[in-house]
Design a protein around this ligand. Structure first.
Ligand code: 13P
Length: 252
């Protein structure tokens, strides 16, 4: 089953106007020079989405938000709606990142509601799941990830509007990663749960990214795994050279 490799950068709460635009321009130029058919996405903070969109002009790099509300508009101070993201030229939104789950108490149910709203507004979702270190140590990784998939991925999800990102919480920003075998085992298990939920055809076509300390030096091994269809990159997406070296090592 050929699934198009995705290289996605989650800039998190990093990037002011000047450095964000410079980074976007560097990525745009590097992607323009690429021949292979991979999909590139960058997800800057809300505040510079419009500037980054402009800086990416002419390059095949999609723009994504890092979260959205489940309503189109209304009395929700400080929130951003899916429609606002599409209005700025976003085609993706990251939902249920472990930092949102931890910092803002986001539940599977809420993530699911947001995903439905995002799809309604024409956004594609990158839905994040992943276990904590304690859950891993207790041998609960597959159970935790399966439960998150079942609760966070809506019925309207399909391989066109949804990408899954498996990000072990303990691997984010720590320089630690699971072994390649562990990553493959989780991705294969996630695909099985997706098949149960959405049918085998959609599950086989749906991309499952790995995220958590992806760097140029581990990208080759992790991104060559059969059920790994790309990467969601945090820290290393803030330097265009590292971001593009990961893409190179993934065969993009
Ligand atoms: P790092 O690549 O910095 O570990 O972050 C991963 C991540 O959380 C991407 O969403």
């Amino acid at each position: 089953m050929a699934r198009k490799m995705m290289i996605a950068g989650n800039w998190k709460m990093n990037g002011l106007s000047t450095d964000g635009v410079n980074l976007a321009k560097e990525v745009a130029a590097a992607v323009k020079a690429k021949k292979r058919d991979c999909e590139f996405v960058v997800c800057p903070p809300f505040t510079i989405l419009a500037l980054v969109k402009k800086a990416l002009r002419g390059a095949k790099v999609a723009l994504g938000g890092q979260d959205c509300h489940f309503e189109e508009k209304g009395a929700h101070t400080g929130d951003i709606s899916p429609l606002m993201l599409t209005d700025l030229g976003c085609s993706y939104v990251i939902l249920g990142h472990s930092e949102r789950r931890a910092d803002h108490g986001e539940s599977d149910e809420l993530v699911c509601k947001k995903a439905v709203a995002a799809h309604k507004s024409g956004l594609k979702t990158i839905i994040c799941i992943g276990e904590t270190l304690q859950q891993r140590d207790e041998g609960k990784t597959i159970d935790v990830c399966s439960k998150q998939i079942l609760g966070s991925v809506p019925e309207c999800a399909d391989a066109k509007n949804t990408v899954i990102a498996y990000e072990p919480v303990w691997a984010i920003g720590t320089g630690k990663t699971p072994t390649a075998q562990d990553v493959e085992d989780v991705h294969a298990a996630v695909r099985k749960v997706l098949a149960k939920k959405l049918g085998r055809a959609q599950a086989n076509k749906m991309r499952i990214l790995y995220g958590g300390s992806v760097k140029p030096n581990n990208a080759k091994e992790l991104l060559a795994l059969p059920d790994v269809d790309g990467a969601l990159i945090g820290g290393a997406s803030l330097k265009s050279a590292d971001f593009m070296a990961i893409a190179d090592n993934a065969g993009c």
